[in-house]
Structure formats: C-alpha cells, structure tokens
Design a protein around this ligand. Structure first.
Ligand code: NAD
Length: 332
C-alpha cells in the first residue's frame, strides 16, 4: 500500500504544486483547503473543501493519514499581512492548533509545518546588505507582527509536541517562493508575481509603480525547488527548524529590471515610499540545510522567472481577450 499523505492548503500556490509532486512520486494524496485550486485541477486522489479553523474539520482531514504536510494559512504579500494582524493571528492560531492536535490524536506518523522567514528578528534585517539569517538567529525574538509571531509560536508547539509526546515534526522556514500558478492579483500576491503583472500590463517605454524605494533586498526560491526541499526535509528525520530558500540576494529594483528584460520592455520606475515594504533586507543562510540534506535550492532567479512571467502574462492576455467588447455584428 502506498503511504497516505495529507496536504493542507492544497488549493493554494505551494500546496497545489506539492500535490502534483507527491502524486508523481506515487503517494496516495488527500488535499484539503477552504477553496479549490484557482488555475488548474488538483491531481489529489481526494480533494476536500473544509475550513480548518474548525477542530472537527482538522480531525476529519487527518483520518487514515501517515504524513501531514501542513501548509494551510491565512497569508499574502506584505500589504496583506501588515493590514490585518488580529484576523491573521486568530485564523492561523485556530488552524495550527487544530491540525497538530488532531494529527497527534489520530496517530499521524510525521507532521511538517510550513513556517516562514518572517519569524526572524526584525533587528537583524535593517540593512539591504543583510547578513544571511541562520536558524539559530530566531531568538531573542522580534518577529514580523501577527503573521511572523504566530508562525514562531507554532514552531515552538511542534518542538514541545516532539519533546513531550514523541510526535515527529518538521519545521520549514520558507524564504519568498515564486513560480507559475501563484496568485498574481487581488491583494494577496507577493512581490515577484506583482512585478510580473505590472510589467506585463505596461507598454514598452512606460512606467511602473514600486512599493518602497526599491533598495530593499530579498532572496527568491522557485516553487519546484520548494516542493523538492519540503519532500527531502520530511524524509530527513531532522526535527528542528530549517531554512528553505536561496541565498541569491537581489534588490526589488533589480527584480524589476530582471522581469523587464525577460519581457523585452524598457520601463521606468516610480517609487511609492508610503506603501509597506517589510524589512530592509533578508537572505537565507543555507549552511545547515546543506549539512542536513546535502542539497539546496538550485534554480537561478533569471531562469525561474522566465516561465513565471510567461504564465502571468498569458493569464492576463486570456483575461483581456475574454473582457474584450463583443464586436458589433455588421449590418447585412
Ligand atoms: P497560499 O495562500 O496560496 O496557500 C495557503 C492556502 O491555505 C490557501 O489556498 C488558503 O485557501 C488556505 N487556507 C486559508 N485559510 C484556510 C482555512 N481556514 N481552512 C483551510 N484552508 C485554508 O500560500 P502559499 O504561498 O501556497 O503558502 C503556503 C504556506 O507556506 C503557508 O503556510 C505560508 O504561510 C507559507 N509560506 C509561504 C511563503 C511564500 O513565499 N509563498 C513564504 C513563507 C511561508
């Protein structure tokens, strides 16, 4: 019998890609989410629409499951996560507590939690040429308000469940993930998708709006590397937090230039410093990841952005052709 796995957040960006990856590896997969995937049909053997804030929904989701990949979360880009601290903290606390409790009660063998680089102290991220963040840097804590604080709390809960109950957990700190089939509009999109959308919608020689002064830096990981890393970490037996990201640091202006060159457009930038821009600089230190897995993400940004840009511009073109006015029928 193949192992039965659950992916929560299977209607979302990374969860949907993870379901496809696990199916290709031969697993039996149940996907659960409050919504269906937006852009493609799920390959999950079972896809259940459930609200995981409800503890009974968590219990139903984990029934008969060996491994849980727990990715469901109320989240979005910097504009979204800074706009609603109370709602995000409340929703994610309910989802996470319900899921780990149900998974342990129902005899789940391994439980992987999708954490975030947002747990890292803000005082270490004040410069664009930031020192890459190591796992041990998490404390003394000063995480991103709301979203980051709740992720850090859940990381500790995983640790306590392992120490006190012998429950096998994995904690993965993702650093900005991008790729095709991710949200690119509506307010929850993250920087690479938002920039691809803005570039795709601009005329050559035009201007685009950038949040912040454009000098803030990040590293970005392609979703194919992300799902492979998640899978390797689940199999590793390593039960402490691990970074999963690239250490290829780039400024937001650099990211815009890269997308513009992929699109073959020359664009000028208008910086809006009244918009949220998050920490000044953030990068991943992958020393521990390399030591534990003998592997690290390898897709270069310039490579991974090509299919991402093509997918987003294709989606926008399809939408605009759907919205195009119906031509008047010529009079006979
Ligand atoms: P996403 O928003 O596309 O996916 C999250 C999914 O969770 C969504 O489909 C959403 O509908 C679902 N969800 C929200 N509330 C729910 C509820 N009450 N019940 C059931 N499902 C619910 O985000 P993503 O980018 O795929 O992120 C997946 C995980 O990785 C999240 O835990 C996120 O915090 C973490 N993460 C992502 C990034 C990134 O760059 N994408 C970075 C750091 C951490």
């Amino acid at each position: 019998m193949s192992r039965r796995v659950l992916v929560t957040g299977a209607g979302g960006f990374i969860g949907h890609h993870l379901v496809t990856f696990l199916k290709a590896k031969g697993y039996w997969v149940r996907g659960v989410d409050i919504k269906m995937p937006e852009y493609e049909t799920s390959q999950a053997d079972e896809f259940e629409v459930r609200d995981l804030r409800d503890p009974d929904a968590c219990r139903a989701a984990v029934k008969g499951i060996h491994d849980v990949y727990h990715l469901a979360a109320d989240m979005g880009g910097i504009g979204y996560i800074t706009s609603s601290h109370a709602g995000i903290t409340l929703n994610n606390t309910k989802i996470n507590v319900g899921m780990i409790d149900a998974a342990r009660d129902f005899g789940v063998e391994r439980f992987l939690f999708a954490s975030s680089a947002c747990i890292y102290p803000q005082y270490l991220q004040l410069q664009p040429d930031v020192t890459p963040l190591k796992e041990a840097d998490a404390f003394p804590a000063d995480p991103e308000e709301g979203y980051g604080l709740e992720k850090l709390y859940m990381e500790k809960m995983c640790q306590y469940f392992t120490e006190d109950y012998g429950f096998a957990t994995r904690v993965v700190r993702f650093h900005n993930v991008y790729g095709p089939l991710g949200t690119y509009d509506g307010g929850r999109e993250k920087a690479p998708a938002a920039i691809c959308r803005k570039v795709a919608l601009s005329q050559d020689g035009g201007e685009i709006e950038i949040w912040g002064d454009g000098l803030q830096t990040r590293s970005f990981m392609h979703v194919d590397d992300c799902v492979e890393g998640i899978y390797r970490i689940m199999g590793s037996g390593y039960d402490k937090p691990l970074n999963l990201g690239t250490d290829e640091l780039i400024s937001v202006d650099g990211l815009v230039d890269l997308v513009s060159s992929i699109a073959g457009k020359r664009l000028s930038k208008r910086h809006d410093t009244s918009r949220p821009q998050g920490v000044r600089g953030r990068n991943s230190d992958n020393s521990l990841l390399r030591e534990v897995l003998g592997w690290e993400p390898r897709i270069l940004l310039a490579e991974g952005l090509v299919p991402t840009y093509r997918w987003i511009s294709g989606e926008l073109e399809a939408q605009s052709s759907l919205q195009a006015p119906i031509p008047a029928v010529a009079a006979e």
